[in-house]
Design a protein around this ligand. Structure first.
Ligand SMILES: Cc1cc2nc3c(=O)[nH]c(=O)nc-3n(C[C@H](O)[C@H](O)[C@H](O)COP(=O)(O)O)c2cc1C
Length: 414
């Protein structure tokens, strides 16, 4: 019986354990978590989502405070078009977050930056170019382009000195999305170094509609693999979404995936950024408490726990401090949803907004509990203490369990 450790992911001469810990914004996949994956010979991700907030937390900078100070005059105004990111500061925050992480890297693995392109930041192209270039400047081993995949992203950084040596990958949920990306970026003469194929059971935003349950990861991976082979394109595929045990992973590796990307099982580790009380909600969740809804202003369905404080919260939009989801016209669908409820309930202090959520504020505060479909199985991966809470795991324990387990077994902590 095979184990994940019987396989390797080859990037040129570099051989890696074929386990990738997926990016989890905002700072849920922390530098500490990514560093563990790299130390153990796999690939870890940090995320550049809300990077100024993350930098402030990690390095005591004052990026958010400064932005709020600059635009405070506008907080009561629904037109946010003037609330622009300072590109110099964005570059500085990214270089700090990525650079300090890369400096701390030990061991044979790699660290990539997950870049959610749906963070349009009131100037999609300009901010994306700065985010990508600064991550490369800061020495990231690679960048994974995620949700909202911008077909022209490669072209934005084609003049960067590291454009051809850093690993660049994309996340897709269909063959069609991959074909579109390859067609659009063919002009740069550079293929992605890897393609993460993310199925409908993943955490975070989904690359499917509300009919996600009709799709199946193994089928999509097989379809993409067959097409790549027919086109004689040799790009490693990384399967993601609902791979819960080492045996699940082996099954994908035996069917032509070069690695697996996993996340949910790491949400209950010490190295993960979620506060411990939130991690206990993940452990204790039942299957019925895990839903896919449309409250994310990005327009993509998102999976989360029904107990997330973000659901229904009617706080005032916080775009002067954050504003990561403002589109190129300075709008975010939460602003509209919020204004609608304010107009319907004049004079009321506390309003409820069900339609959308203020994603920046709630992700920043760990109040939007996004999770993978199999979160309800986390309780089977740890031991319960007498007080009813579960033992938080180490990232090394979970990583090694994926790497060495067989027979669909999950190793419990000592
Ligand atoms: C808490 C959480 C947050 C996530 N955030 C992101 C994100 O910011 N960007 C992204 O591309 N994927 C995100 N994902 C998806 C993961 O990177 C990964 O591809 C997927 O969840 C793997 O499936 P699994 O969780 O069933 O192992 C997130 C997943 C989780 C569980």
């Amino acid at each position: 019986m095979k184990r994940v450790d019987d396989f390797r992911l080859n990037f040129g001469k570099q051989e890696l354990v074929p386990i990738v810990i997926g990016g989890m914004g905002v700072d849920i996949s922390t530098a500490d978590l990514a560093l563990e994956a790299a130390r153990l010979g796999g690939i870890g991700h940090i995320s550049d989502a809300m990077v100024k907030t993350v930098a402030d937390r990690r390095f005591n900078t004052k990026f958010v405070k400064d932005k709020l100070k600059q635009y405070k005059y506008n907080v009561a105004n629904s037109d946010k078009s003037m609330v622009q990111f300072d590109l110099g500061q964005l570059a500085e925050a990214t270089r700090l977050h990525v650079g300090k992480t890369m400096e701390a890297k030990r061991g044979p693995g790699m660290i990539f930056v997950n870049c959610m392109e749906k963070l349009t930041m009131n100037a999609p192209k300009e901010t994306l170019r700065v985010r990508l270039a600064s991550a490369l400047d800061a020495g990231a081993d690679g960048i994974t382009l995620a949700a909202g995949l911008h077909l022209g992203s490669f072209a934005l950084i084609e003049d960067h000195p590291r454009f051809r040596d850093a690993k660049l990958g994309i996340i897709v949920s269909s063959l069609r999305a991959l074909q579109l990306f390859l067609r659009k970026s063919s002009r740069t003469n550079r293929l992605p170094d890897y393609v993460v194929v993310e199925g409908p059971l993943a955490g975070g935003h989904l690359g499917f509609g509300m009919d996600w349950a009709k799709y199946d990861l193994a089928t999509i991976v097989a379809e993409i693999r067959a097409w790549l082979m027919a086109e004689k394109l040799d790009i490693p595929l990384i399967a993601a979404g609902g791979i819960f045990t080492g045996s699940d992973a082996v099954s994908f590796l035996e069917h032509g995936a070069s690695a697996v990307q996993v996340a949910t099982r790491f949400t209950v580790t010490h190295e993960c950024g979620l506060p411990e009380n939130v991690q206990q909600h993940y452990f204790k969740a039942s299957e019925e408490e895990i839903v896919v809804n449309q409250i994310s202003p990005t327009g993509y369905p998102m999976r989360m726990l029904t107990g997330s404080p973000a659901i229904g919260s009617g706080i005032r939009p916080n775009c002067e401090a954050y504003g990561y989801l403002l589109d190129s016209t300075g709008n975010c669908s939460y602003i509209d949803a919020y204004n609608k409820q304010v107009a319907l309930h004049p004079g009321e202090k506390k309003i409820i907004v069900m339609e959308k959520t203020c994603m920046c504020t709630h992700m920043r505060n760990f109040d939007l509990w996004t999770c993978g479909h199999y979160t309800y199985r986390l309780k089977d991966t740890s031991r319960r203490n007498e007080d009813g809470n579960y033992q938080i795991l180490s990232a090394e324990h979970v990583f090694r369990d994926y790497q060495f387990s067989t027979d669909n077994k999950v190793a419990l902590p000592e």
